[in-house]
Write a new protein. Structure first.
Length: 231
């Protein structure tokens, strides 16, 4: 199913450029493994201390009360540390907890519907997989950032379509909004993605997968890639 992207007038005015400028650096995505709220908050705070600037809350479970409680607690934590909280797939939840924004996949709400629900201040990201055409349409429809991937084999989504460095380079030339690279990204391969045009590197397993003795140290290793990207 293709992502539904509807055009509305004055969409450029809906983009909060000050918010969008914060979209840079390490973008961590919470693991979909069941965690207590205390463990989830501890792990995310350790990642933020290590330099993560954007946190995506991703929980595919059906315990709506717990999801709302965890998302609200993450919002308080992220704002305390001046980090951004993005909710995966669920504009309604993003609105309920006053998150900074939402990330939409191919089967989720349209950008227009999410914008109408969340307002012009919200950050809206869109998964574009390996499709530059979707990314261009998403930017035109008012998305604040797009995500490409998987760039490398990913333990989180082993069946994901693969994206390439040439695609990332073309995207950087044709898009004016920030770009997230996702999928199997490590501290060994992340620098070449930044050099090719990625504004943010998304990580799940590289930060949170057990046995992860020191989440803060892992996050710092990713964050340092943005200081000296490969030429």
């Amino acid at each position: 199913m293709a992502l539904t992207i509807l055009m509305t007038p004055n969409q450029c005015e809906s983009i909060d450029l000050k918010q969008q400028a914060r979209l840079h650096g390490l973008y961590v995505i919470t693991t979909n493994q069941p965690l207590t709220s205390a463990t989830l908050l501890t792990q995310v705070e350790q990642a933020i201390i290590g330099g993560a600037r954007i946190v995506q809350y991703r929980d595919k479970g059906h315990n709506h009360r717990q999801r709302r409680q965890q998302a609200h607690a993450l919002r308080e934590l992220c704002h305390h540390h001046d980090a951004i909280l993005i909710i995966n797939d669920d504009p309604q939840l993003a609105r309920q907890v006053d998150a900074d924004g939402v990330h939409l996949g191919q089967d989720d709400a349209s950008i227009t519907a999410a914008r109408q629900l969340l307002g012009k201040q919200a950050l809206i990201g869109v998964s574009c997989y390996n499709r530059l055409d979707i990314a261009i349409q998403a930017e035109q429809a008012g998305a604040n950032y797009v995500a490409f991937g998987s760039f490398y084999p990913s333990p989180t989504k082993p069946q994901a379509v693969m994206a390439t460095l040439p695609l990332l380079k073309r995207a950087r030339q044709q898009l004016s909004i920030p770009i997230v690279a996702i999928g199997g990204i490590t501290t060994d391969n992340g620098a070449q993605l930044i050099a090719a045009g990625a504004t943010m590197l998304a990580a799940i397993s590289g930060i949170f997968a057990p046995p992860r003795a020191d989440i803060t140290t892992a996050a710092r290793a990713y964050t340092r890639l943005f200081d000296n990207p490969e030429p």
